[in-house]
Ligand binder design. Structure first.
Ligand SMILES: Nc1ncnc2c1ncn2[C@@H]1O[C@H](COP(=O)(O)OP(=O)(O)OP(=O)(O)O)[C@@H](O)[C@H]1O
Ligand SMILES: [Mg+2]
Length: 288
């Protein structure tokens, strides 16, 4: 689906401020996957994802979408990519500008040249995905709460019905309830649409609860890209990169290392509880 070959990007090329933001990134993202992208501040996450819908042009290397080289193709292909690969920027609510929520969500589909009936259908579907009521559609986006504005902005990209949905820190700045709500909506969206989802987050907890695989960026390079449990096998390396495995996962890894027959693949307190109950049950059976 998305492939990069020796992808590098530098900002301010030829100026005294030239910065190599990403270097020699070689990744392959499978269709239908849910990929969590994590890395320290400045590790190149936003720079990397901005290449996937042709907002940034590589300084060197290639990006292939469905086998097609984005920058070797004609301009029409790149315009199509903006619809196929939907990108939700960090704090997307700052980009709301229409008089009503409806118009804001309909903006992208309208640019695609869809019929009014199709646009309406897509807007309805998109607000369902983000959990907004139809009654907000005629409101001004500026009259909504911060969390609601964020959802409107996300719905605007979902309404493109992209093959790939990329979200840069969609839960940033929300309270814990708002975070969980947004992340579970995105999880349901992934399940329901079977599209490819890329989620950039600073939180290993959020990523391990939601994603199937993790892509770790470190100093502009892709340090790891594997399934969640495989990445957590490298806890020491993660710590060296200023990252960490979730606390609950660490507890279960150390229990297993002490000889308890528990799974290491525990990422949430609920999973931990279920795993302990299973163990207690088993212990009980053995005593019986
Ligand atoms: N527009 C820009 N002009 C110049 N340098 C930039 C620009 N955007 C990013 N950089 C630099 O490129 C590098 C990678 O930045 P990037 O924003 O991709 O990292 P990030 O992993 O998304 O960070 P964060 O977690 O803070 O969002 C950093 O050194 C950053 O300072
Ligand atoms: Mg960023």
């Amino acid at each position: 689906m998305i492939k990069t070959e020796h992808l590098s990007h530098a900002y301010g090329v030829g100026t005294p401020f030239e910065t190599a933001a990403i270097e020699d990134v070689n990744i392959h993202i499978e269709k239908g996957d849910y990929v969590g992208i994590i890395g320290h501040t400045g590790s190149g996450k936003s720079t990397l994802i901005s290449h996937f819908n042709a907002i940034l042009k590589p300084t060197s290397g290639r990006i292939l979408i469905d086998g097609r080289d984005l920058w070797d193709a004609d301009k029409k292909t790149r315009i199509q990519t903006r619809f196929d690969v939907g990108l939700v920027f960090q704090y997307p609510e700052y980009q709301l500008f229409e008089e009503t929520v409806y118009k804001d969500i309909a903006f992208g589909p309208k640019n695609m040249g869809l019929s009014a009936a199709e646009i309406e259908k897509r807007v309805e579907k998109a607000i369902h995905f983000v959990g907004l009521k139809p009654s907000v559609l005629e409101k001004s986006p500026f009259d909504l709460s911060g969390g609601q504005k964020r959802r409107v902005a996300i719905a605007g990209v979902m309404a493109l019905q992209p093959k790939v949905l990329i979200l840069d820190e969609p839960a940033a700045g929300l309270d814990p309830r708002g975070r969980d709500e947004i992340l579970s909506r995105i999880r349901d969206y992934h399940k329901e649409t079977k599209s490819t989802v890329l989620l950039v987050s600073h939180s290993m907890e959020d990523i391990s609860r939601n994603a199937n695989s993790i892509l770790v960026m470190n100093k502009g390079r892709c340090a790891m890209h594997a399934s969640v449990p495989e990445v957590f096998e490298h806890a020491d390396e993660l710590v060296q990169m200023g990252l960490d495995v979730p606390k609950i996962t660490r507890v279960f890894i150390s229990l297993q290392e002490k000889g308890y027959p528990v799974s290491r693949n525990v990422y949430t307190v609920e999973q931990g509880k279920a795993e302990l109950m299973r163990l207690l049950q088993k212990g009980g059976d053995q005593n019986a």
